[in-house]
Design a protein around this ligand. Structure first.
Ligand SMILES: NC(=O)c1ccc[n+]([C@@H]2O[C@H](COP(=O)([O-])OP(=O)(O)OC[C@H]3O[C@@H](n4cnc5c(N)ncnc54)[C@H](OP(=O)(O)O)[C@@H]3O)[C@@H](O)[C@H]2O)c1
Length: 223
């Protein structure tokens, strides 16, 4: 499968690339194609170091080329840039392309980590992204509650749940499989995209728990 990562030069993008390159072609996207290529080389070396060999590969390109070429596209970009990036790239995707949003509308204030969508009465990420999609049922929200620190360390053993929200059963199944391929992650379906805001709010909750209780990169597991 061809998995494109918009903003793939960031921490989350690195984690996704390292994990999925075991079996898939991962295309790192950036506003700067050269930066994407440099990251792709770095991640390829790290993946080979960690796994010995990989069945997939990691390459890099500009965000728009990545969007055109992907079967699954991860929007690994900051909340503030959703409109500027999605308005350029989402009109370019194939009709069958499934889009993943891990985007968290979060800010740090005097009291701790807060949800900007609530604090500033702004839309949640899922709703902002779907406005730019031809077929909004192809949008799946996931990966809000796993830290990049855990994803980028392939030798670290994981045992976490990943909440998933979206409207289309087939798209959900494909993303659930990609989640399950990362050893130690379990997909937990929450419901339609209209409920994605619940998981977007869980990241500041988790980070406040982390800071106040001196935890290191916590995750969520339902027992
Ligand atoms: N970090 C975590 O542990 C974590 C956990 C769960 C969810 N998330 C969510 O996952 C997403 C990605 O997280 P991240 O930590 O990897 O993000 P990040 O490092 O802050 O940014 C990712 C990439 O977005 C691009 N970008 C940055 N500023 C931009 C701008 N003004 N306009 C256009 N593109 C810009 C950059 O790529 P180029 O400069 O190469 O274009 C950057 O490498 C975020 O929405 C975050 O809320 C993060």
């Amino acid at each position: 499968m061809k998995i494109g990562i918009i903003g793939g030069t960031g921490g989350m993008g690195k984690g996704f690339a390292l994990r999925w390159s075991k079996n898939h072609e991962v295309i790192i996207g950036s506003r700067d194609a050269e930066r994407a290529a440099t990251s792709a080389t770095e991640y390829t070396n790290l993946a080979k170091e960690a796994y010995g060999n990989i069945n997939g590969k990691i390459i890099g390109s500009d965000n728009i080329s990545v969007a055109k070429d992907s079967e699954v596209l991860v929007l690994s970009i900051p909340y503030d840039n959703i409109d500027s990036i999605c308005s350029q790239i989402l009109p370019e995707i194939n009709d069958d392309c499934i889009v993943i949003s891990p985007i968290v509308p979060m800010t740090k204030t005097d009291v701790g980590f807060e949800c900007v969508a609530i604090k500033e009465n702004k839309p949640f990420s899922h709703q902002m992204v779907e406005k730019h999609m031809k077929d909004k049922t192809k949008l799946v929200s996931a990966f809000h509650v796993i830290s990049e620190k855990k994803l980028i360390n392939p030798t670290l053993s994981l045992d976490y749940d990943i909440f998933v929200a979206g409207d289309n059963k087939e798209s959900i199944e494909i993303i659930n499989n990609l989640i399950t391929e990362i050893e130690g992650l379990r997909p937990i379906y929450l419901g339609p995209g209209a409920l994605a805001y619940l998981v977007e709010m869980s990241t500041p909750l988790l980070l406040n728990a982390m800071i106040r209780n001196k935890m290191k990169n916590p995750g969520i597991k339902i027992i």
